[in-house]
Design a protein around this ligand. Structure first.
Ligand code: C5J
Length: 221
């Protein structure tokens, strides 16, 4: 397995210790009528990266490497939803409200589902997370430890919120983290750019960034 061409320098791949984490590719963040749109965002930016995320997932599957999916979601009784999160920003649709795709970001509701194009297949881990970071109040850390995973490649949305939060959590836990530029997106192009630059600044203070083709070439080498 070759190193991945990346910034700020080549990412040293360790076969057998690498997994892909796909963050929150859910209908609620990508479709009209969902949570992202209710906050006034242009969700078409998210739908544009779906083919890239699909290619990345298929590349990992073809290489026999694990794919982990996350979903931002809450229990139907909202017991894992702090009022500070529910009320923030006063969106037209709050988490837990009934919307065009069912109750917003509630486990099992249609809008909470992962987009069909990038949906998990049998055997892939799906982490239901109540926070922005995927390690908070989830079994992700234990699952990665049990599987002896040391390196994480990241994709998904949104770059500066759930993706970056999870990368920072992972970095602090000792994982080597790489974000795939064409497989992540923000509702704000300037925030995506800033997040990419923050992650790889200061010698990769949070991790690495790389292009999709370079990741695919390396993992399938
Ligand atoms: C947000 C996410 N942006 N998945 N969630 O609220 O980034």
């Amino acid at each position: 397995m070759a190193d991945i061409k990346a910034l700020p320098f080549a990412f040293p791949l360790k076969r057998g210790a690498l997994a892909l984490v796909v963050i929150d590719m859910q209908r609620d963040f990508a479709e009209a009528g969902g949570f992202g749109a209710s906050l006034g965002n242009d969700v078409s930016r998210v739908t544009k990266i779906v083919p890239n995320v699909k290619r990345l997932i298929e590349g990992f599957r073809a290489a026999g490497l694990p794919v982990i999916h996350t979903m931002e979601c809450h229990r139907p009784d909202l017991s894992d939803l702090p009022p500070a999160k529910r009320d923030r920003g006063n969106p037209s649709l709050k988490i837990g409200d009934a919307g065009p795709m069912g109750r917003v970001l509630i486990i099992g509701e249609p809008g909470t589902a992962i987009l069909s194009e990038v949906a998990p297949i049998d055997g892939e881990v799906v982490i239901e997370k109540p926070g922005k970071g995927a390690f908070y109040a989830t079994p992700l850390g234990d699952i990665l430890k049990a599987r002896k995973i040391e390196q994480l490649v990241f994709a998904g949305v949104t770059t500066e919120v759930c993706v970056q939060t999870t990368m920072r959590e992972a970095n602090d836990r000792g994982f080597e983290c790489l974000l795939v530029e064409e497989a992540t997106e923000s509702y704000f192009p300037q925030f995506k750019q800033a997040a990419l630059e923050m992650i790889r600044a200061q010698g990769g203070i949070v991790g690495w960034t790389a292009h999709l083709d370079d990741v695919l070439e390396a993992i399938n080498a």
